[in-house]
Design a protein around this ligand. Structure first.
Ligand SMILES: CC(C)[C@H](C(=O)O)[C@@H](O)C(=O)O
Ligand code: SF4
Length: 470
């Protein structure tokens, strides 16, 4: 088949054309969380409609769940009501529920892939913008609003505009100490937080082909921070290796048939991309955001830009600089931190936590006095794998708190929040004002290893310097 993966998968899911470039699309997998689904379920009940495809609808409570170890404790009554509603709606409608009371919970974008629900060639929708994560498998996966959640519940379809496709190639090999998170931040820095509006991002090139599935998920997770509604990587042998044997993956003869079909979704060499941008892996260093938008970033060694001369909207840059307390021309290195957060659907997977553990072993580092450092697994399964490797002991010895699974400090919609003007080095994906629960709190985004280095030093530092890599 000729075309990009996006075109092929999209066209295969079209139910009908609604208007020019607008289509009703069939959805293979619908993921529902406690934040964006309660009103959608209410609306169905009000109209007397059943969930059209309960067997394709999967629920997990991630945003408001406590990571303190007792999932029955909530920060406030609203969090509790949301999680109760999700459990009840899942039960009433016979949905698969990754029930926290059974220890099955986690962030949907971590839980669905680890269960093999996310597969190449699928259309996946969820009332959450970081659904783009699932594109790592060669799926079209995107966030939707609550009214579309209602539509998908009622019909297993939704109405969307067809996007254009920008191919983003990363040539070469990433240097040691440079991670998928840095690639994501680099791309967003150069193309802008709104640069991808109207596009799906197809990521390719040697550096992307060499990435594990978890690294590809980090990359696609942040496509949406670059303005692209979805991002994807063409499926290959690494994709198949990841999926083989997972709970919802096909088995036996069905597996062989599926694997052949999955690989055929990849963009054909003669596909027509609407745009193409090439980056060189050599040019990518560990990146840190300094502002209040994910594109306001610098390579860790570089000075902060001067809003007067930097490109973009000078006023926005100046406002962000004042809010964060940065100084043009000064480096981001040396900025003192209060909290370190390792987790989220961007970087809360097992390989992220293993990378942190290995970094701690190599450097011998411990969390600096006065800094609070949280390690929050993206799912209970990740937490259990961490414990099975005795990494819980290592983390505890080095002063890190290993928490239960959830969104935690990524969004401050639970008890994990910044207070006042606190500064957080964070492995999550958004640094908007107030994002981590305090209107005045300040967030610096970076890779999990860079967060660990900041926790050890008590200030932002080039993690490579702690192990003589740079
Ligand atoms: C609360 C939820 C709907 C939201 C999203 O859409 O992404 C959240 O996950 C976020 O990361 O900001
Ligand atoms: S971890 Fe953060 S970005 Fe991901 S779904 Fe939760 S709140 Fe959104």
């Amino acid at each position: 088949m000729i075309g990009t993966l996006y075109e092929k998968v999209f066209d295969a899911h079209v139910v009908r054309e609604i208007a020019e470039n607008q289509f009703q699309l069939a959805v293979d997998v619908h993921l529902v969380n406690e934040v964006s689904s309660p009103q959608a379920f209410e609306e169905l009940l009000r109209r007397g409609l059943p969930v059209a495809h309960p067997e394709r609808t999967f629920a997990s409570a991630d945003h408001s769940i406590s990571t303190g170890g007792d999932v029955t404790l909530f920060d406030d009554a609203m969090c509790e009501a949301q999680v109760d509603m999700l459990g009840k709606n899942a039960l009433d409608n016979r949905l698969t529920y990754f029930d926290p009371m059974q220890g099955l919970h986690g962030i949907l974008h971590v839980v669905a892939p680890e269960n093999g629900l996310t597969q190449p060639g699928m259309v996946i929708a969820c009332g959450d913008s970081h659904t783009s994560t699932h594109g790592a498998f060669g799926a079209i996966a995107f966030g939707i609003g609550t009214s579309q959640v209602r539509d998908v519940l009622a019909s297993q379809t939704l109405i969307v505009d067809k996007l254009r496709v920008r191919r983003i190639i990363v040539e070469g090999t990433l240097a040691p100490g440079v991670f998928a998170k840095d690639v994501a931040l680099h791309v967003i820095h150069w193309l802008g937080a709104k640069g991808g509006l109207g596009f799906a991002y197809e990521f390719g090139g040697d550096a992307v082909s060499a990435m594990s599935m978890e690294e590809r998920m980090t990359l696609c997770n942040m496509a949406v921070e670059g303005g692209a509604r979805c991002g994807y990587v063409n499926p290959d042998a690494i994709t198949l290796d990841y999926l083989r044997g997972r709970a919802f993956a096909p088995k036996g003869a069905e597996w062989d048939e599926a694997a052949t079909r999955w690989l055929s979704w990849a963009s054909s060499p003669d596909a027509m991309w609407d745009d193409e941008v090439i980056f060189r892996a050599d040019d990518i260093a560990p990146i840190v955001t300094w502002g209040t938008s994910p594109d306001q970033s610098v390579p860790v060694g570089a000075p902060l830009p001067d809003p007067g001369v930097a490109g973009g909207d000078a006023e926005d840059l100046r406002d962000a600089m004042i809010f964060m307390g940065g100084e043009p021309g000064r480096p981001v290195v040396g900025t003192p931190i209060d909290l370190a957060f390792i987790g989220s659907c961007t970087n809360g997977r097992l390989s992220d936590l293993e990378a942190v553990a290995n970094f701690l072993r190599r450097t011998g580092g411990c969390v600096k006095e006065g800094v609070r450092a949280l390690i929050v697994p993206g799912s209970r399964e990740v937490r259990e794998a961490v414990i099975a490797q005795n990494l819980d002991q290592l983390f505890a010895e080095r002063g890190f708190e290993l928490r239960d699974a959830g969104c935690s400090l990524c969004c401050g919609m639970n008890a994990d929040r910044l207070v006042g003007r606190q500064v957080c080095a964070s492995s999550s994906n958004r640094n908007f004002r107030g994002r981590q629960g305090s209107p005045e709190g300040r967030t610096y985004l970076m890779s999990p290893v860079m967060v660990a280095a900041a926790a050890i030093e008590g200030k932002i530092i080039d993690a490579r310097a702690l192990e003589n890599l740079a």
